[in-house]
Each structure stands twice: as structure tokens, then as C-alpha cells.
Design a protein around this ligand. Structure first.
Ligand SMILES: [Zn+2]
Ligand SMILES: [Zn+2]
Length: 229
């Protein structure tokens, strides 16, 4: 299965527009998060050779605009798409989607979306991550990972079996000191995370620390970057 980042603050491949936010394709028809705008989402999906109409499901991590910004436009273009939010999303957005007639599911805990592909639900951080069972172990994709990724990853560790092979997405560490980020990286190691891609809202200083600590197991992610798992 291929994972391909569609929206990120940085562009990794020419033609993909960089924009504050995050979105990632999982296989051919599942989108995780939608970036900050429909225009960037549709432009970058087209760059990836994908059509909004062909998507079957969109799961969103949390209610911030840089993850939900493309959602309404996507539902307008593809009214059949299954929308997976969770019970801690802003009620206004849920009401708006229901008024649009969206095919809406709200998770409240670990939920398997399709065989081997799960979302964590909104605990303990009001934000859900995506977890994929791959041959090499669990692959975790995070949105912003507010207030920090470790509690999200510990929750996955406590609820799902198997090694955590790869974690990538936004880690939201801009407010941390260097010592705090080194502790966060130590926690990633303690959780057995083998490879890391730090993007979106991680913060440049924290990205450099992850790069240094993880060496060749650090993945330089950005819009257009993809990986086979
Ligand atoms: Zn956020
Ligand atoms: Zn974000």
C-alpha cells in the first residue's frame, strides 16, 4: 500500500503547493485530513494523479482549520464520500456537515475503517491518529498531535499489538525547549519507534533534533512524498 502526503507546510516534490496544514492519502481511496483549503487539496491531489470524486472515505484528526479546511469543498464535490470525525469535534462543524447531508461517522475510540486501517478516536488528546497494520509493524500518521505526540503514541501502544515501525505527520513541538524535545525523542525510542518523519507543525528546531537523533531512520517528508508499506 502507498501512503502519499498531499498537503504539508513544505513541498517535497515539484508541482505540489506547500501550505500550512496536513493531508495524506492512504492507498487509492482514503484521505486522512484535508489541509487548510479546498484549492490546495484539489491541486495537490491532481498532482498525485488522484480525483476527489474517486475517494471513498475521509478521516480527520481534529477540528483545526489547517486539517478541516478542504473538507466541505470535498464533500460538495463528492457527496457520497464517507466522513469520519470523532465525538470531540466542534459541534458547529458536525451540524454543518449533517445539514449538507454528509455520510458522517463519529468515532469515540479505536475504530477499524477498513481491514488493517484504524483511527484512535479522540482520547486522550481530542485528536485521532491513523494506524495502519503493515508487514513490518504499525505505521502511525498524526495530524497536529496536540498537545504532544507521546500520549497519542502511548495510547496506541496500550491498545494495539506489534512493533511501531514508522510514525510521521505533525508533532507540534514548537513550544518545547531543546531538553524537552530530546525527552520526547527518548520517549519515541522507548516506545520502540524505528523510523520517524516529522513535518507540518513540528517546528524547525525539533525537526533538526529528530533528524540528528534518528540519522538515516529520519524521513524527510513534505507534500508529494510517498512511501510503500
Ligand atoms: Zn491542530
Ligand atoms: Zn495542524
Amino acid at each position: 500500500m502507498q501512503l502519499k502526503i498531499i498537503v504539508d507546510n513544505k513541498s517535497a516534490v515539484e508541482g505540489f503547493t506547500p501550505a500550512w496544514g496536513f493531508a495524506c492519502m492512504v492507498g487509492e481511496d482514503l484521505l486522512f485530513d484535508t489541509g487548510e483549503s479546498t484549492a490546495v487539496l484539489f491541486n495537490n491531489l491532481a498532482q498525485a494523479g488522484m480525483q476527489p470524486e474517486a475517494l471513498k472515505m475521509v478521516a480527520v484528526s481534529h477540528g483545526d482549520g489547517d486539517h478541516t479546511g478542504g473538507l466541505i469543498g470535498l464533500v460538495e464535490r463528492n457527496p457520497e464520500i464517507q466522513v469520519v470525525l470523532h465525538t470531540k469535534f466542534p459541534p458547529d462543524l458536525i451540524t454543518h456537515l449533517r445539514r449538507c447531508g454528509a455520510n458522517l461517522t463519529l468515532t469515540d475510540g479505536f475504530t477499524e475503517l477498513s481491514p488493517g486501517i484504524h483511527v484512535t478516536g479522540p482520547y486522550p488528546t481530542r485528536e485521532q491518529a491513523l494506524v495502519i497494520e503493515s508487514k513490518a509493524g504499525l505505521v502511525v500518521v498524526t495530524g497536529c498531535a496536540h498537545p504532544d505526540p507521546v500520549s497519542i503514541l502511548e495510547n496506541i501502544r496500550n491498545n494495539m499489538a506489534g512493533p511501531m515501525e514508522l510514525v510521521f505527520g505533525g508533532f507540534h513541538l514548537g513550544g518545547q525547549t531543546e531538553a524537552e524535545t530530546l525527552k520526547t525523542i527518548e520517549s519515541f525510542r522507548r516506545l520502540g519507534i524505528e523510523r520517524v518523519g516529522a513535518g507540518h507543525c513540528t517546528g524547525e528546531k525539533a525537526i533538526q533534533l529528530f533528524r540528528k537523533e534518528y540519522g538515516e531512520d529520519f524521513l524527510d517528508i513534505g507534500a508529494g512524498w510517498s512511501i510503500e508499506i
